[in-house]
Design a protein around this ligand. Structure first.
Ligand code: ATP
Ligand code: MG
Length: 393
């Protein structure tokens, strides 16, 4: 797939932008702070309904504005769809598909797929388990957009059940309260089992691509592997080589109910929900050792890169080809890793790259340069796109 047009209004530093893009490679060139990453962040938002840099939407709205808009026309196998999203300060966000209101923003998920490489990716290896849960869940949702609803239901039930555990833990518990908790256990197990099914399937499908990508980037290093980590699930479910079974969801629901019942006294004592996919994570291993805490800086970078490359290869092998977004990554990489990434990027349908200077982009990626400058606007600092510096090759 590729993005044919991108429009922004009051998104980050961009007061207004209208861009025509083509398949192949485009590089946004400009000095630090000119708004290059903001462009890729906006595109990433259309694909995931989240930013790779911040957890909340407020910083995405231009200072002084009360709403931001991002829109794009996406061409997938010859079919073009227009998606728009409006981020509102203090009110719900709204989305449109082909200019008609969508019931919920998440209905636009799946229309645009992206894989974004960014300096922040080091947190995939070095950061908290939440980073890796988000990596898994965003990739699961790219593969199956209806999982967004499951994730949101799971989060809602988790919040409500946790609140109940807190209040029931403090006072003498009534029979009704414990009965209500049983009902919430049922809801939690239902949503958790679907989420777990797709996470386990993802790890199973991703792990050969991950191992291959890592070996291509760092052939001299120990082999890389991933595995799902969960204190709730029996070990056989955690082996990435295990073939997913058609009745996995049912089996996982039964396990969840059993584990919730077993954990009940402890949960009431502590007032928190101790069982479920919100406590799980993705183990990253190099040889026998976990990457976190053991891997060198270069190995950590290679692992992060391999996770993204693996995700790209998996999506393109099993669905439609995502748009590749490369934010300032080449400057961070040594020659071998630049070459490995450039090789994948060279074969992708559309690649959007940001760089401060043209020399940061490998020569084999001959890309159409678009200059991002800051000029004009009320504060004299609104970014704008200047015409291509040189004709496309
Ligand atoms: N909500 C906002 N309103 C106005 N300006 C913002 C907002 N959020 C960020 N900015 C501005 O956007 C600019 C940063 O843009 P961006 O991160 O895209 O830069 P960049 O071109 O990628 O730079 P670098 O080369 O350093 O990565 C900063 O000047 C910042 O002040
Ligand atoms: Mg940047």
């Amino acid at each position: 797939m590729f993005i044919r047009t991108l429009s922004l209004r009051d998104f980050r530093s961009w007061e207004h932008a209208e861009l025509e893009l083509s398949p192949g490679r485009t590089v946004f060139l400009g000095s630090n702070g000119n708004g290059k990453t903001n462009l890729l962040e906006a595109i990433g938002y259309l694909a995931t309904l989240g930013s790779h840099r911040v957890a909340a939407d407020a910083p995405l709205i231009r200072l002084g504005a009360d709403k931001a808009r991002i829109g794009a026309s996406v061409v997938n196998s010859g079919r073009e769809l227009r998606i728009d999203i409006e981020l509102n300060q203090g009110a719900a966000n709204r989305a449109q598909i082909n200019r008609s209101p969508a019931r919920r923003p998440r209905e636009i998920l799946g229309i645009l797929q992206t894989v974004l490489f960014a300096p922040e990716d080091l947190a995939l290896v070095r950061g908290d388990p939440g980073e890796r849960r988000r990596f898994m869940d965003e990739l699961c949702t790219a593969r199956l957009p209806r999982l967004a609803a499951v994730r949101s239901d799971y989060d809602r039930v988790l919040r409500q059940r946790s609140a109940l555990l807190k209040s029931a833990g403090r006072q003498a518990r009534s029979k009704t309260e414990l009965g209500t908790l049983d009902v919430w256990d049922g809801h939690l197990a239902t949503h958790a089992s679907v989420l777990l099914t797709y996470r386990l399937r993802l790890v199973h499908d991703l792990y050969p691509y991950l191992a291959q990508s890592y070996a291509a980037i760092a052939p001299e290093s120990r082999p890389a592997a991933i595995a799902y980590r969960s204190a709730t699930l029996p070990p056989e479910f955690l082996d990435p080589a295990r073939e997913p079974q058609p009745d996995d969801t049912e089996a996982l629901e039964a396990i969840m109910l059993r584990e919730l019942a077993a954990a009940r006294p402890k949960e009431l004592e502590r007032g928190v929900c101790l069982v479920g996919p919100h406590r799980d994570e993705l183990d990253l291993n190099l040889g026998e050792a976990p990457a976190k805490g053991f891997a060198s800086h270069g190995e950590s970078w290679s692992f992060a890169l391999a996770l993204r490359l693996g995700a790209f290869e998996l999506l393109r092998a099993t669905g439609s080809e995502p748009v590749l977004l490369l934010d300032d990554v080449f400057a961070e990489l040594d020659r071998r890793r630049r070459t490995a990434l450039a090789a994948v990027a060279a074969g992708a349908e559309q690649v959007l790259i940001t760089a401060a200077v043209p020399e940061d982009v490998p020569a084999e990626l001959a890309a159409v340069p678009l200059r991002v400058e800051t000029s004009g606007g009320p504060d004299g600092r609104s970014p704008r796109i200047a015409e291509p510096a040189t004709p496309s090759p």
